[in-house]
Design a binder for this molecule. Sequence first.
Ligand SMILES: [Zn+2]
Length: 268
Amino acid sequence: MTTKYRYGELTWPEVKAAAAQHRVAVIPIATVEDHGPHLPIDTDLRLCNAVCEAAVERSADRAILVPSINHGYSPHHMDFPGAITIGPHTLLDYGLDVCKSLAHHGFNKLLIVNGHGSNTPFVDIIARLAVVHSGVLAAAVNYWNAPGVRDVAEGLRDSDKVGGMNHACEFETSLYLAIAPELVDMNLARRELSHRPTENYWTDLVAGDGPLVMMEPWSSLSQSGVMGDPTKATAAKGRALLEAAADGIVTLIDEMLAREPAISVDHH
Ligand SMILES: [Zn+2]
């Protein structure tokens, strides 16, 4: 029998056994928001879940896939129909409560895998809080920052060097084409790079961001909701990106497995 790796499909005795094996709990988190006229609003969620599913499937003996946290921090997208945002404190509390629950059942290694850029500061804090509150080893990563993904993406890039891979872009559209092409309308894909980069402000999923970190209302930055160049997307690129991201997450799972839990020392 193959090893079950989806948390929700386990029975409670199986959960107990998985925790006793110290399998790494992988927690996908994303959001629902506009992704241009050519991609569904579930893009961040679907891509993040696909990456995590592929990663945990290939590490099923040592990881477990927790059902995703579907909603995230997207207030800057509310000018576009479809976005669902939850408040910053709600997000922190929700994420931490999921981590605390897993820790309560004995999982001592938690990896939050994020699929939405504006969740980044929150998943960082959620992981930190989980360490403080539950004494577990908890970490967060944006899946496009998993080891190996950047090199593969830069090797595939046909869009603008900085800004071509941002949002509903060459990167995300390629992944969606690889996962569910019937939901992508490439006839509507348009290049849009209107986020007004300045000397110290620029953004790109793969090339990275400038030192000036800020987020203006999305409707002030993009007319279509796109930031980047989805016209350069292909399913073949998406398959390579999915493969790289899944491998990168497995690398992180193994790194967390090898790391001894921290032991704090009270010097009072
Ligand atoms: Zn996105």
